[in-house]
Design a protein around this ligand. Structure first.
Ligand SMILES: [Fe+2]
Length: 827
């Protein structure tokens, strides 16, 4: 600390001595871009020259105490960043700039710092450290864009990394805490600019593009008719033809997200690389398809293998463990892999068969009799060699039931050119080896359709075998659709976004719960905005690759309306709901699994428990009583607004868990973090390794099963393999699908995994210690998963040609690895 004491003066009475002045040093770390466009380079140079003549970056300290004369926080004089000009040519690095304040001893502790950026360009501020105060160094963890004053004249404020509950906010920081939140909430008006930091809600009214014509008209998702979570409001103008719909901005033009939610440079590079790979990946089949009209169909299974082998990035195949192991065998063998069905491919839909025969819950007036056509004992006869119980008293029968998800939409799905779907139900028998064997598949069409229901059992002749393969392919198409539209997109990406919006609007960056949640919100809003641009929009990848086409998002909305319940989204509650586990206090995690070797659930429970313990301990640091939870206005507003505005279509639902006690808070937070991290990872990063080989898991089919008397039955009898291949998606459609799930399954180099956080995320040593313990527990989970994957008794994850289950293994290098649990829905 440098102290400058005023020289003693004979005219200054000693008892009225002025406060001493002293100097404090500030280190400001700014991250510079690695690659700049020509325009950016010019702007950088102009800013550097202008900086020398007063267009600089100015800082001001705010104290934690109130200045009695202004009734506001004590403030220092302005200080400017030095050396900007001298360091103007540094690229792709963290650059530390210095500044110096002179303050007096009555200033107290600094609690915040403001920045006015008089440059033409925004800057990315990493962190600030202020040294020289008696309290020791004060850290400000920023990791944030600071706008140029030409875009907005106001200053940015950053609070020190010391957490404060609202009631404990130092007097000097109370007003800045309020006004910062007010700014983040915005006024709900006008179009958002790219540099804005406003978090607000809107319905999904930008998926369609009525200005492009009737084929691109889509209903609004969100509201009484099509319930849906809310997304971030952009305030774009309405479309020309429908005032209810927002106009679109097409990729790669950016769609608004608050500035700090946007992808950082490393992540952008990964996406661009993915786009290039997608382009090249598609090139070969597009050329082939353009040469011959017949080539839109596949001639043989090797055509699919070639999609990998001829891809420009030949390493791709090697990066995918499942394909690496299995493409050595003939492709067709892969199509029968559902015969050795394991719960991983549909980890969150498999249910214990709780009622036999299965019954539809749809309105019988509209959709016909609810009973399944699987009657009598076909499931027992077909279990061949296995002792199959009557009914399901021994919990040996499980079901994948997509009947109700698809039946209401089948007429519209099958009216599309070249798409044919059933609503499927598949019954599985749990073998003594712990694997699930399909023993009956029911294929349903709308009630009035001839041959509306068809039941197949494992084949005993050649024709039966081909029909069985086709039936399994239809199950797969149903499964892939629900996986993407419901389990992955809706239940993680879309349902988390309202929690993120409300967190930024209602909880200060100083709030300890905001600090806990911050890494679990990273990139979610940006990837959701990109998804609205080219994945879930009218004519987007989902519609073009998946069987439901234009009704895709309506299927997603129907699930949200009738099935989604936040209180059942945590892992234990979900397992109990599906009947695959029962409560048993004597078992680890308090659950007895009815599928003894269920990798998703087994590993997931390890992570869930680890997370739950950490969150509970963290919460207990800040909340020691229910009164503390109930009186925290920011926390209560966060949760209340998430429900009332973010999940507005369920705002009156009785199932929202209360937020009254510290235990309630822990449970809500554990569920949110679980969905954003482990649940998303389990559903996202296996998409390419498990789903890219189209004959194994087609996302759509072009033909129904043939039946005697049908015009194409003779074609099927004469050449069943070609019939099968002609039912698969066309070459170009298949490769579009492959390339997108390739990118979605890729970890970028800047990924942050469970058990990792940025340095300085909190200034509270108790929280830092707890997190260190959590990280150690996460590493133990990883070791246990490694051990499990080598255990030959676990046949669903260990064995000849069996893919080890690593989707819940927390760490991963960059790339497609089929493992790694990022903190957030980052892709
Ligand atoms: Fe994802």
């Amino acid at each position: 600390m440098i102290v400058e004491r005023p020289a003693a003066s004979p005219t200054t009475p000693v008892e009225k001595e002025k406060p001493a002045k002293f100097k404090v040093q500030v280190s400001v770390t700014v991250t510079r871009k690695k690659k700049q466009s020509m325009k950016e380079k010019v702007e950088t140079q102009l800013d550097a020259f202008a900086d020398r003549f007063g267009s600089n970056i100015a800082l001001q300290l705010l104290g934690t105490e109130i200045d009695p004369s202004t009734k506001r926080a004590k403030t220092s004089k302005e200080a400017v960043l030095k050396d900007w000009f001298n360091k103007k040519d540094v690229k792709g690095e963290k650059v530390v700039y210095k500044a110096e304040f002179t303050v007096d001893t009555s200033f107290g502790e600094p609690g915040a710092i403001t920045i006015l950026n008089r440059h033409q360009k925004e800057i990315f501020l990493e962190s600030i450290v202020v040294e020289g105060f008696a309290c020791g160094p004060v850290h400000f963890t920023c990791h944030s864009w600071v706008h140029s004053f030409k875009d907005k004249p106001n200053k940015r404020i950053f609070f020190s990394n010391k957490p404060y509950l609202p009631s404990e906010t130092p007097p000097g920081l109370r007003e800045p805490r309020e006004s910062e939140l007010k700014e983040m909430r915005g006024d709900g008006k006008g179009e958002r600019k790219i540099h804005d930091r406003v978090y607000d809600y809107a319905t999904y009214n930008d998926l369609g593009n009525p200005d492009k014509g009737f084929a691109f008209v889509r209903p609004i998702m969100g509201g009484e008719e099509k319930p849906y979570p809310r997304r971030c409001r952009t305030g774009r103008p309405q479309s020309n033809t429908d005032p209810e719909m927002e106009s679109r901005v097409e990729y790669p033009e950016p769609s608004y997200v608050p500035r700090d939610e946007a992808f950082e440079e490393t992540k952008m590079e990964m996406l661009k690389e993915g786009a290039v790979r997608a382009l090249l990946h598609n090139l070969m089949p597009l050329i082939v398809a353009s040469l011959s009209p017949e080539s839109r169909d596949l001639k043989g299974f090797p055509d699919f293998d070639n999609l990998f082998k001829k891809s420009v990035e030949s390493k791709l195949l090697g990066k995918v463990p499942l394909l690496n192991k299995r493409t050595n065998s003939h492709g067709f063998e892969m199509t029968s892999s559902l015969g050795k069905h394991s719960p991983e491919s549909t980890p969150v839909n498999i249910e214990r068969l709780q009622e036999f025969p299965p019954v539809s819950k749809l309105d019988p007036e509209e959709y016909g009799p609810p009973e399944s056509a699987i009657r009598g004992a076909p499931h027992r006869r077909s279990a061949r060699g296995h002792e199959c119980p009557k009914g399901n008293q021994e919990n040996k029968l499980f079901v994948l039931d997509y009947h109700d998800a698809y039946i209401p939409f089948l007429d519209r799905i099958n009216a599309q050119d070249g798409r044919k779907s059933y609503a499927t139900r598949t019954i599985f028998f749990l073998t003594q080896m712990g694997t699930l064997k399909p023993i009956a598949i029911e294929l349903s069409l709308p009630e009035r359709t001839p041959r509306g229901k068809r039941v197949l059992t494992p084949p005993s002749d050649a024709s039966g075998n081909w029909l069985w393969q086709l039936a399994k392919a239809h199950v797969s198409a149903n499964d892939v659709g629900v996986h993407q539209l419901v389990n992955h997109w809706l239940r993680t990406h879309a349902c988390i976004e309202p929690f993120i919006l409300a967190a930024h609007r209602q909880m200060s960056a100083m709030h300890p719960i905001f600090k806990l949640l911050k890494p679990h919100m990273r990139y979610n809003m940006e990837i959701n905005a990109i998804a609205r641009q080219f994945l879930v929009n009218a004519g987007g990848v989902i519609e073009s690759s998946f069987a439901p086409g234009p009704v895709s998002m309506e299927i997603s909305s129907a699930y949200y309306a009738h099935h989604w319940r936040f209180d059942q989204e945590g892992l234990p509650a979900d397992l109990i709901r599906r009947g695959v586990a029962v409560e048993d206090p004597s078992e680890p995690h308090g659950l007895r699994m009815l599928i003894p070797d269920y990798p998703y659930a087994d590993d997931g429970l390890l992570l869930w428990s680890t997370l739950q313990s950490f969150v509970a301990e963290y919460v207990s640091v800040y909340y020691t009583s229910p009164a503390a939870v109930q009186s925290d206005a920011e926390l209560q507003s966060w949760y209340a607004e998430t429900i009332a505005s973010g999940h507005a279509d369920h705002r009156h639902a009785p199932w929202w868990p209360p937020l009254v006690t510290p235990a309630d808070l822990s449970h809500i937070l554990t569920t949110v973090i679980w969905l954003a991290s482990a649940q998303h990872a389990a559903l996202n990063f296996g998409q390419y390794p498990i789903g890219a080989y189209i004959p194994c898991r087609p996302p759509m089919l072009r033909r129904l099963l043939p039946a005697e008397g049908d015009p194409d039955y003779e074609f099927f009898r004469a050449n069943p393999q070609q019939y099968y291949l002609s039912a698969m998606p066309e070459l170009t459609r298949a490769t579009t699908f492959m390339t997108v799930i390739d990118t979605l399954s890729t970890h970028s180099a800047d990924e942050e995994y469970l058990g990792e956080r940025r340095e300085g995320w909190t200034g509270d040593g108790r929280a830092v210690d707890l997190f260190r313990g959590f990280a150690a527990e996460v590493r133990k989970v990883e070791k246990e998963i490694e051990k499990r994957n080598k255990d030959p008794a676990r046949r669903n994850r260990c064995g000849a040609g069996v893919l080890p289950y690593e989707l819940m293994a927390p760490s991963s290098p960059p790339g497609i690895t089929c493992r790694g649990v990022p903190n957030s829905c980052s892709i």
